[in-house]
Design a binder for this molecule. Structure first.
Ligand code: MF3
Ligand code: CO
Ligand code: CO
Length: 277
């Protein structure tokens, strides 16, 4: 079993601020995600907003886990068949593209990590459905979070929902503990069996960030050392929140005024952002 840290009250206060700032970058960038914009321009705008408006630090910039080269940009932009870790650059977004924008900021030493899907112009029926199912997967997983529940409970509901829709769950990447460290224990798998893996306790903070493919689950890494695509070139979607385990359930930390509401079937409690906002 993993060694999962329990955050202090002070940590939790810091993580609420970091989470909100990360989500607010997504609110800020939304109107710029239009046909004709480059992913590099989206990166430039987000980077400037973090540094100049928020006085926050983009965590991806020069991030260099063992075996990797330093990530060269401030955000990740993953378009169409890119699963995750897309590097912003000259790519021009066109009508019908779907892009995941993944923001991680550092404020007062604490990390906030969140991503959303954006449609460029009009999405295809498939892209829309894949994004919706993936969003539901994330929320079904989050809704399982409470003291005494197991990490496997989260993975199970995500996998069930994705596969029932005819989609597949990427296995090589997962959610993660987060705090003063970007990626820490535990690993939060997006597949699994109920009642397995670590038991949750109040004060844990981790992300839920399912990557769901319209086709097969296999992936391949591009020559840049970061970009991950689906092997069969099928579309991939991802949504991400950073979540605190509370005494009674969960609190989503990556909340902001323009965040999409939880799906209607998610029980509205004090822990869900619609009530917290
Ligand atoms: N934000 C990603 C996550 O959710 C990690 C990106 S690492 C980077 O864990 F270096 F590519 F930015
Ligand atoms: Co993450
Ligand atoms: Co992220």
């Amino acid at each position: 079993m993993a060694n999962i840290s329990i955050k202090t009250e002070e940590d939790i206060k810091g993580m609420r601020i970091a989470g909100r700032l990360a989500a607010e970058v997504l609110d800020y960038i939304e109107p710029f995600v239009k046909p004709g914009v480059t992913t590099g321009e989206l990166d430039r705008l987000c980077h400037e907003y973090m540094v100049k408006v928020q006085d926050s630090i983009p965590a991806p910039l020069n991030y260099c886990p063992p075996g990797y080269t330093p990530f060269p940009k401030a955000i990740c932009t993953s378009v169409n068949d890119v699963v995750c870790h897309g590097i912003p650059g000259d790519k021009v977004l066109k009508n019908g593209d779907v892009v995941n924008i993944d923001i991680t900021i550092i404020k007062n030493g604490y990390h906030g990590d969140t991503s959303r899907m954006f449609f460029v112009g009009e999405p295809s029926i498939l892209a829309k459905r894949l994004s919706e199912i993936t969003y539901e997967c994330m929320w079904l997983g989050i809704a399982k979070i409470k003291p005494g529940a197991h990490l496997g409970d989260i993975g199970y509901v995500i996998q069930q929902h994705a596969e029932k829709a005819g989609y597949s769950v990427v296995r090589e990447f997962c959610g993660h503990g987060i705090g003063k460290v970007f990626h820490e224990e535990p690993q939060v798998l997006h597949y699994g069996r109920p009642g397995t893996l670590d038991k949750l306790a109040a004060g844990m903070i981790f992300t839920v960030e399912p990557m769901i493919n319209a086709g097969r689950r296999e992936i391949r890494e591009m020559g840049d050392g970061w970009t991950i695509k689906t092997k069969d070139r099928s579309l991939s979607a991802q949504w991400e929140h950073t979540v605190l385990v509370t005494e009674t359930g969960f609190e989503v930390l990556t909340v902001s005024p323009k965040m999409p509401p939880p799906p209607a079937f998610i029980q509205q409690t004090a822990a869900t952002p619609a009530a917290a906002a």
